[in-house]
Ligand binder design. Sequence first.
Ligand SMILES: [Mn+2]
Length: 365
Amino acid sequence: MPTIIHAADFHLDSPFDALPPALAMERREEQRELLHRLALTAEELRADLILLSGDLFDGSDAYLETAQTLLRALSNIRANIFIAPGNHDYWSSRSPYAALSWPDNVHIFHTAGIESVPIPECGCVVHGAAFTSPFRDDCPLKGFHAPEDGNVHIMVLHGDMGKHSRYCPIDPVDVAASGLHYLALGHVHARSPVGHEGPTAWAYPGCPEGRGFDELGEKGILAGTILTSGVNLRFIPLCKRRYEILTIPLSGNNPPEDQLLAALPRDAVQDIYRLLLTGESGAEGLDLPALHTAAAPFFYSVALYDQTRIRRDLWARADEDTLTGLFLQQLRTRWESALDADRTIIEDAVRFGLAALENGEDYRP
Ligand SMILES: [Mn+2]
């Protein structure tokens, strides 16, 4: 019964193009820190196997610092480590996989076809295959069948589950017929739940650290045990920083800075946020530099976007002798005798009504 850690898509040495060069360098250093946290987690869990399902590197080169950190971290892990190179870090004679002196506990799959490595002390066999170019239209799982020999059968693979794809399209029918107990996948950066095709469990752990606003939220790895009768895996956060997008609706009643400060999360000083300010503001728009100064201490990095509409006097047309005027008179009478919470609802009703009467787009609060 092996205890495993399953991780993928570290994308070490990513360029972080959207950040200034100094911050990008800092983020690459933080990616290297992931390797130490991986080693610590492996030690804590007494993992037997570490499965790294491709795109460990973002490209075909690795910085010297990255190579050194990686080799040292992996040699500090007692587990057997299996790496299945992906489309970003496909195996070639010039890749870091061929060029570096890897510790003895690391096995790198380097053929497009499946290679099988028995681990007798764990009662398991680890199968795997590599990308050997940036694309592969075939899938090595086609026609594969692990023997029913009492061993736990695991495969490490980078590919696209259930999709037509140029990145190793994986047919669920082939997974169901594979005889595998666990298919440890990489490529999709959002973590998946543990899925099942026939008797075979599979999962994507997602990337362990977001790199942009298309990789939101908590990121990490999967860990647990694989049995011939089923898998028991849980998610473990590994990321240092989260990317988040937060929408903050502003109303006309209080100063924007007060409303902004009231809405900011208090637990995000390590995180990278995008704040979308919606609702209403004055004709001159928001003072974004001032609001940024107010918000900055709450985050590692934050960007603000003014998506407000110009505030209008809701009752400006109330005295008109028109349908619109009558509508506003009715609602203003109610508004004047309403409590604060009800006033907000009535104000929304006025905006909906004005949108209909003035041929505006549907109002969205
Ligand atoms: Mn990837």
